[in-house]
Design a protein around this ligand. Structure first.
Ligand code: MRU
Length: 339
């Protein structure tokens, strides 16, 4: 049950995270009580996914306040630690937005910051339920009466949010309405969020799925095996250009060619109106080892260099619909500008 998957929770004196690096083999938790551990957990993807990062950022401010008190930090150290959390990963705008949401409350004390962080967490779960319902309504109105085959990329599920999920929220809703036949889960190289995390969530929910290589996605779509693709987002520019896990734009191109909807499911907090277009979205470049090695052994010749962008940008013209907690925007049709 997705209701049981709680990627993050405040324990009273720390932030408990599901350690997503060891799933699906082990379900382990890490309780974070200091900012260095939180920054490391964010960068190592112990906690990941844009909405979950937003919640982690908000609680991270409280962690920095408690640590400053405990360790008798000198002036400026707390602000520097909060800045390190805020910029621990650059692409998901939710991380900075989560920090910024609670910052005005720092003067009121830790309890006020914690209450706001918890409010953000609760809002995210409620918002994801709404995204699921709006997304399912929109898809079913366009795809007719048959059971649907849905493709998703990366993990935009309960693990990537405060609960239920965005793209997987839509999938869960379709399943609950008995309208889902199968999910194609792209494995999502190089860190395999699809085969490790999405497959795990789908299995827990009793949803039929197949894991496929990222390279299989376009062919599966062009063979007519997919009715709709639904993905999450890390940052959506004001013109609708959408940054999401590397490989997303290839899925969008195949959907456009096949004439099936490419649907982005994300909360409003992922929309960054200060960034006019995708060209302004910072794309995280990650370590070469993620591509050139596998669990230690090298996959490429010694001296090989890697190109390892963690995200790509899908142009707005390829985004059929953006589903948020307030409804559906038909982006590529240009009927519903974000501003
Ligand atoms: O590098 P990750 O695993 O944090 O990337 C996550 C994604 O790209 C998700 O699809 C996105 O954040 C949406 S999560 C609801």
């Amino acid at each position: 049950m997705a209701d049981d998957i709680q990627a993050l929770a405040w324990t009273g004196d720390g932030l408990r995270l599901i350690d997503q690096t060891v799933l699906p083999g082990r379900l382990e938790h890490l309780v974070v009580r200091d900012t260095a551990t939180l920054v490391e957990a964010i960068q190592r993807l112990v906690v990941r996914g844009a909405p979950a990062l937003g919640v982690a950022g908000a609680f991270g401010v409280a962690i920095a306040m408690l640590e400053a008190e405990r360790e008798h930090w000198p002036d400026g150290e707390r602000a520097a630690a909060i800045a390190r959390i805020r910029s621990a990963r650059p692409t998901a705008v939710n991380l900075a937005a989560g920090v910024d949401r609670v910052l005005p409350l720092v003067g009121e004390g830790t309890a006020a910051v914690l209450a706001e962080a918890q409010a953000l967490l609760d809002e995210d779960v409620r918002g994801n339920r709404a995204i699921g319902a709006f997304g399912a309504d929109w898809i079913l109105a366009r795809t007719g009466d048959r059971p649907l085959r849905v493709l998703t990329h990366c993990n935009a599920g309960a693990l990537a949010t405060a609960g239920w999920g965005t793209a997987l929220g839509v999938v869960r809703e379709l399943h609950d309405r008995n309208r889902l036949e199968l999910v194609y889960a792209d494995e999502t190289r190089p860190l395999l969020q699809g085969s490790r995390l999405t497959a795990w969530e789908l299995q827990q929910a009793g949803i039929a799925y197949r894991v496929q290589t990222d390279g299989a996605a376009a062919g599966t779509i062009l063979r007519g095996l997919v009715d709709v693709a639904v993905i999450g987002a890390d940052r959506i520019a004001a013109n609708g250009d959408t940054a999401n896990k590397i490989g997303s734009v290839g899925v969008a191109l195949a959907c456009a060619d096949a004439g099936i909807p490419f649907v982005v499911a994300a909360p409003w907090s992922t929309i960054d109106l200060d960034t006019p277009s995708g060209a302004g979205i910072p794309i995280e470049e990650r370590a070469a080892d993620e591509v050139l090695t596998w669990n230690g052994p090298a996959l490429a010749p010694e001296g090989a260099r890697a190109h390892n962008p963690a995200f790509d940008v899908t142009p707005a013209r390829l985004v059929t619909a953006l589903v948020t907690e307030t409804g559906v925007l038909e982006v590529s049709a240009g009927r519903t500008p974000l501003t």
